[in-house]
Design a protein. Structure first.
Length: 156
């Protein structure tokens, strides 16, 4: 992830996309999307790494990929303390989802705040089901939030 995110080395994308796609029940998903990074990070890097991963997963599963969220104002989660991360980013839905089942992709889950905020926005837009899928996660610390429900969030 570090090579992709900070060095624009995209060689790992094929493997990541395949590994994540193997965890997806394509029959149960209507659309794949991602938790968008901040505009400043996209300008700095020249790409949104979560979008690249989501597009690979969608391509491998045959499920359509759509940009369904806009990132609200606020800082990136990277470099923030655990307490600051819990406030999470804000997301705004781009369109109505009318009962769609959405697969939400992100790179790393630290506190779950980003995925929770993105899932809330998707449900507000009418998604009937939102499943999160991440490349990596920080081990559960037992503090603040409960551990994610089994089979609700997976990491490769």
């Amino acid at each position: 992830m570090t090579r992709l995110k900070y060095r624009n080395q995209r060689s790992s994308l094929r493997w990541l996309g395949s590994a994540l796609a193997d965890l997806v029940d394509a029959e149960a998903v209507d659309v794949v999307t991602w938790a968008p990074t901040t505009g400043s990070r996209v300008r700095e890097r020249g790409f949104d790494h979560a979008e690249l991963i989501a597009r690979r997963v969608a391509g491998r599963t045959g499920v359509p990929v759509r940009s369904l969220l806009d990132r609200g104002p606020g800082p990136a989660q990277t470099g923030r303390s655990e307490v600051e991360r819990h406030s999470g980013p804000s997301f705004l839905p781009r369109r109505s989802l009318c009962g769609s089942s959405v697969l939400l992709i992100d790179d790393v889950m630290t506190t779950g705040s980003t995925l929770s905020a993105a899932a809330r926005a998707l449900r507000t837009a009418g998604a009937s089901r939102v499943r999160g899928l991440v490349v990596a996660h920080r081990p559960w610390s037992g503090r603040r939030h409960q551990e994610p429900e089994p089979n609700r969030l997976r990491a490769v």
